[in-house]
Design a protein around this ligand. Structure first.
Ligand code: OXD
Ligand code: MN
Length: 580
């Protein structure tokens, strides 16, 4: 296989000249290609067969122990003008970046196969989908890309038809963290990633293409590429609202996207469209619509069990690649939060010893096809996507943020998103549990200056006939003893219900300086063991804490100087003034 697209042919030839692989394999996405890759990896010890009776077609991959998460400090956006990347990104001049990274690519595929992986982000026939090609020397990446994207012949055919594609050059290099770089060149729609074989660093369709490069492309073309799950909430009388929800990494996006309605809310159904990324476009009638550019889930494993996420638990019992989980004596995957079984070997393959820390790495992952999810929505394949009724922002906040509130309008909603903050998690290298500002959950993923990004969000208002309502949720509020006040998981449907009822003009709220907050009577908490005090605390808006929050947001916005739109600072001032 090769291609009729000359630009693609030339780029592959140039990449081969630089990296000097022993052979080049164009990937067609077929089952036989997948089977051969699995055989190869098993033979090399890069995959381990899990118990095929309990977990048919499931395999384990152990990454290098120094390569277990995204590396934000080694991730760069390389634009000609530094201001275009903004203070939210590490920046390097493109010429210098190419020089640095090409030195690491020089000859790095010697003795290896170079795989050429054409892929499509979004349903192949969708006008909202976009294609890319990843060149990689990692068969693990190919196997994952085959699950996470529409990969192979149909994608190549679309590239040949459209004539455009995002170029991603990837090599695991020597896995030395000192020789690891994840470079983005949005002006050329290209990516160069070297030195890591893990997740978002290496599966270039995901964070690098579908968020960093796509957010840039989306600004130019008038749409949005967002770190959002997409979920459909169907009421007992058959009305379905689709919500797009932005939460930082490892804050429960996958769980919310696959929520299992509790028995106390009979007749409600939840449909998953996506769990991590949404591409949002305005249709001919001025409605905001969403597609999920991905076709699989690369989800955090620890904590997954029938109580927290029964759908995910069922979904990952077959045809799943596990990365960095532990194994039981009989070869079943094991992780913290699983009720049964005992780990025999930890994520590094060592005999399990609690003194070495958790058995499964806290950022261990599953890769699985979206269609295996019991709550999979067939509209995931709809070329036109789904209409969005509401946008939800949220984070992990012990204090300050109430369980839910609604922004006054779209502009205020943009401030609510821009002011998001969350306690950090294991999804990225660095300290866990510190509060950091993470606007729209895009801090690690926005491929351009946040000031320009907020302006783009604000500009979209005039293009929509009826902008979605905007909400903020916080499942993670704690009491003074560090106990969670809200049960979370399936019970979050109660909050989603208030939200969809707000969209349909059916539920009440009180107006506060930060927006509309439900009164305790507006939320259906029947059957929950929640004291009135607890509910009061969950819905509390403490003016002193919020004054401090708004001042902090003002300081954060200041970092972006004159790129911050006046409308946004105006919204901040309005909220601050209302707080007294
Ligand atoms: C992810 C992340 O892997 O956000 O989705 O880190
Ligand atoms: Mn994510």
């Amino acid at each position: 296989m090769t291609t009729t697209n000359a630009a693609l042919r030339d780029w592959v030839a140039d990449a081969a000249k630089l990296t000097r692989p022993d052979r080049i394999q164009w990937c067609d996405g077929s089952q036989s290609e997948r089977d051969a890759l699995i055989e190869l990896m098993l033979a090399r010890g890069e995959l381990i067969t899990l118990n095929q009776e309990t977990h048919p077609h499931c395999y384990l991959h152990r990454s290098d122990p120094s390569d277990v998460a995204r590396v934000e400090h080694l991730t760069y956006v390389c634009t000609r003008n530094r201001e275009d990347a903004g203070p939210n990104n590490n920046w390097m001049d493109p010429a210098e970046a190419h020089r640095k990274v090409d030195a690491l690519f020089d000859g790095c595929m010697h003795g290896r196969t170079m795989y050429v992986v054409p892929y499509c982000m979004g349903p192949i026939g969708s006008p909202y989908a976009r294609c890319g090609v990843e060149i990689t020397d990692s068969p693990y990446v190919v196997l994952n890309m085959r699950i996470m994207t529409r990969m192979g012949v149909p994608a190549l055919q679309r590239i040949e038809r459209d004539g455009t594609f995002v170029r991603g050059l990837h090599s695991i290099g020597d896995l030395d963290p000192e020789r690891r770089l994840i470079m983005h060149f949005p002006e050329d729609l290209s990516i160069k990633s070297v030195g890591s074989g893990y997740g978002g660093n290496a599966l270039l369709g995901k964070k690098c293409h579908a968020l960093r490069i796509a957010s840039w492309q989306a600004r130019d073309e008038g749409w949005l590429a967002e770190h959002m799950l997409i979920v459909g909430v169907e009421s007992p009388d058959g009305e379905t609202h689709y919500l797009a929800c932005a939460f930082p990494s490892a804050c429960g996006k996958t769980n919310l996207a696959m929520l299992v309605p509790p028995a106390t809310l009979p007749g409600w159904k939840v449909w998953t469209i996506g769990d991590d990324i949404a591409w949002l476009s305005i249709d001919g009638e001025g409605r905001l619509r969403a597609i999920n550019p991905e076709s699989g889930f690369f989800g955090v494993v620890p904590g997954t069990n029938p109580k927290t996420n029964r759908n995910a638990y069922e979904m990952i019992r077959r045809n799943t690649i596990y990365t960095n989980v532990a194994v039981t004596a009989d070869g079943q995957p094991w992780w913290e939060g699983l009720a049964d079984g005992k780990p025999a070997r930890d994520w590094q393959g060592r005999p399990y010893d609690p003194a070495n820390g958790p058995a499964a790495h806290p950022n261990s992952r599953f890769t699985v096809a979206a269609s295996q999810n019991p709550s999979y929505s067939p509209l995931t394949e709809a070329p036109e996507g789904v209409p969005i009724s509401a946008i939800l922002f949220g984070g992990r906040r012990r204090k300050v943020a109430p369980l839910v509130y609604e922004a006054r309008d779209w502009r205020h909603g943009v401030l609510v998103g821009a002011g998001m903050a969350s306690e950090t998690t294991a999804a990225a290298v660095g300290k866990v549990g510190v509060v950091r500002r993470d606007p729209m959950a895009m801090k690690p993923f926005c491929g351009y200056n946040f000031g320009d990004y907020w302006a783009h969000w604000l500009n979209l208002e005039g293009k929509m006939s009826k902008p979605p309502r905007v909400f903020h949720v916080n499942w993670f509020r704690q009491d003074n003893d560090g106990r969670f006040l809200w049960p979370g998981f399936g019970e979050n449907l109660r909050v989603l219900r208030w939200i969809v009822d707000r969209c349909a003009g059916r539920s009440g709220a009180r107006e506060t300086p930060i927006g509309f907050v439900p009164e305790p009577r507006d939320l259906d908490v029947r059957g929950l063991a929640l004291g009135e005090d607890t509910l009061g605390k969950l819905l509390e808006v403490d003016p002193a804490a919020w004054r401090a929050e708004m001042d902090d947001i003002a300081g954060y916005l200041d970092d972006f100087g004159n790129r911050v739109p006046d409308t946004l600072t105006g919204e901040q001032r309005k909220t601050r003034a209302a707080l007294g």
